[in-house]
Design a protein around this ligand. Structure first.
Ligand SMILES: Cc1cc2nc3c(=O)[nH]c(=O)nc-3n(C[C@H](O)[C@H](O)[C@H](O)COP(=O)(O)O)c2cc1C
Length: 208
């Protein structure tokens, strides 16, 4: 973000076997679009080097076996869809390339760059018992030097792997919250560029 490029750039990368996490990602994108140039892409097709040019990196994936999916759990998801008599459509393009693999090639942040993480997980129990992919996403992205913009967020699915009613409106609220934080950051950055305010520091990040 600088004076030559006043619009913020946001990259949203998602993983989604049956479409629930994709729907959340698209809803978040809709909320951010009035305020930023948005790239939304699945992690199988994402180019990690593009993240270097983004101001806010939003990453989301489904919870598999308490954390981020692996090639084996994505393969298992394909079988779940095959057994579901077409009620579930397996839409992931390449089981060898998930968010976990993409995050391994994430370039280190070279300036104050922010991120937000979300996941989808079962509604049947509290997070302690279901696990959350978002926790693992946070760990991986923080390790590359990015600053958390907000706390990670889980969106809930039912036993049929569909979003529970009301979750897309929760996702819209979370997207609006991200937009608010992003606008604040941008204002501060523009003020700092003009020499009238403090620059973003790593200590500005919320405690998670
Ligand atoms: C192999 C496999 C393992 C799963 N493990 C968990 C789990 O440990 N905890 C949980 O809450 N949900 C679990 N789920 C449910 C997924 O979180 C759910 O399928 C996902 O949120 C749906 O989102 P998607 O359509 O974007 O993939 C699992 C699903 C699969 C296919």
């Amino acid at each position: 973000m600088n004076e030559a490029s006043p619009r913020a750039r946001v990259t949203i990368v998602y993983e989604s076997m049956f479409g629930a996490t994709r729907q959340v990602a698209e809803t978040i994108a809709d909320q951010l679009r009035p305020f930023a140039d948005i790239t939304i892409v699945n992690s199988a097709n994402a180019d990690p080097t593009e993240i270097m040019h983004t101001d806010l990196f939003v990453a989301g994936g489904p919870t598999h076996v308490f954390g981020l999916s692996s090639e084996a759990t994505r393969e298992e998801a394909r079988k779940v869809a095959d057994r579901s008599d077409a009620a579930l459509v397996f839409e992931w393009p390449d089981v060898t390339r998930g968010l976990r693999e993409m995050l391994r090639s994430l370039p280190r942040a070279s300036r104050p760059q922010h991120f937000a993480a979300f996941s989808t997980r079962s509604a049947k129990a509290p997070r302690l018992f279901t696990g959350s992919a978002a926790r693992r996403i946070v760990r991986d992205i923080r390790a590359a030097g990015y600053l958390p913009l907000v706390a990670p967020r889980d969106f809930l699915i039912d036993a049929g792997h569909r979003l529970v009613e009301g979750q897309l409106s929760e996702a819209a609220d979370w997207g609006a919250q991200l937009a608010g934080h992003l606008n604040l950051l941008r204002e501060r950055q523009l003020a700092a560029d003009k020499g009238v305010g403090p620059k973003t520091r790593s200590s500005d990040a919320p405690a998670l």
